[in-house]
Unconditional design. Sequence first.
Length: 62
Amino acid sequence: MDKETLIKMDPNILVSMVNMKLRDYYSSLDQYCEDIGIEKECIEKRLETIGYKYHTDINQFK
């Protein structure tokens, strides 16, 4: 999935998808973002719009 698709995606769907990827495939948000070629800040800013923040200790957005 490319950057444009992620940024345009409904943030409620995005948080679910990103948390699933983090849970099942990646040990950190940095690793996920590097793998898909997107800046971590892009995802963090998009999810902040609906009140979610990344927590490194649990490796998910809450």
